[in-house]
Design a protein around this ligand. Structure first.
Ligand SMILES: Nc1nc2c(c(=O)[nH]1)N[C@H]1C(S)=C(S)[C@@H](COP(=O)(O)O)O[C@H]1N2
Ligand SMILES: [Mo]
Length: 260
């Protein structure tokens, strides 16, 4: 199997940071030894290298939110595949992969967890944006219950919908973005129950990611130590003769990190 390493744009951005940091630090500290230099260069890349345990203990700084009055109810367009039929009685959110406590949660289980809401801007790369309020559970709270193993670096998200060729929507995220305190699995939109077209019963919502990263109709979260598709994905992919790698849109050329 092809080994997929960190995406090149990420490495490039980090490399640039390292290089620019290195030249200024190098000029200022030209008389110092290399150990200090390499330490400061190391700390520049730290946010991306933080371990799952540290991220769970110490949440990242939230990004500023909008006031409720800024919500634009008409601006959020429904975008993506046709809405799949989901039987809420049978629905379970699976959390598995490299975790100590794999879980299957019903909608009722999820509603018992603390509800968080936030007002953020949803940005679609197709040229529209909307300020929207999402309510739901913090993904970090859910994953805390599943106890991720220390080597976890990524999450793969399975969705219930398929495109016109029968290819299912899926996504993969870096663990820092997954555990960000404003990354939610949402079941409310603008204070109302989440409509099926917007991803009910559960969708990703996060102010740090572009629209195409925010999976609707999420059915499974699989934690992994590398960006190699989990078994459930390779099985569906081989059945439809398609090369699944990092995400429905990413496989078609969109940028993987998809940050805002
Ligand atoms: N499962 C799934 N999630 C998806 C999509 C999709 O087609 N399927 N489209 C994405 C895109 S491109 C955008 S902009 C947002 C749109 O969310 P909305 O329909 O709630 O506005 O959902 C994202 N999540
Ligand atoms: Mo989008």
């Amino acid at each position: 199997m092809e080994k997929i390493t960190a995406p090149s744009h990420l490495l490039t951005r980090r490399r640039l940071l390292q290089l620019s940091g290195m030249s200024s630090v190098g000029l200022l500290l030209s008389s110092c030894g290399t150990s200090l230099l390499s330490e400061s260069v190391g700390s520049l890349t730290e946010p991306l290298n933080l371990k799952v345990g540290e991220l769970l203990l110490k949440p990242q700084t939230p990004v500023p939110e909008f006031p409720i009055s800024a919500i634009e109810p008409q601006a959020l367009l429904v975008n993506g595949n046709p809405t799949p039929q989901i039987d809420l009685e049978k629905y379970r959110l699976i959390i598995d992969g490299e975790v100590n406590q794999p879980m299957q949660l019903s909608v009722a289980d999820i509603y018992k967890l603390p509800l968080t809401s936030m007002v953020m801007r949803h940005v679609c790369v197709e040229g529209w944006a909307a300020i929207v309020q999402w309510g739901g559970v913090r993904l970090r709270d859910l994953l805390n219950l599943a106890q991720p193993k220390s080597q976890v670096r990524y999450a793969y998200f399975q969705s219930a919908d398929r495109d016109s060729d029968g290819i299912p929507f899926y996504e993969s995220w870096d663990i820092a973005s997954v555990l960000h305190p404003q990354t939610l699995l949402a079941y409310q939109k603008n204070g109302q129950p989440l409509p099926p077209d917007n991803g009910a019963p559960l969708r990703l919502a996060s102010p740090i990611k572009l629209g195409y990263k925010q999976s609707k109709w999420v059915t499974r979260v699989t934690l992994t130590s590398n960006l190699i598709p989990p078994k459930w994905l390779t099985e569906i992919a081989s059945a439809s003769n398609w090369n699944a790698r990092k995400g429905y849109w990413i496989d078609q050329g969109y940028e993987w990190f998809g940050g805002i």
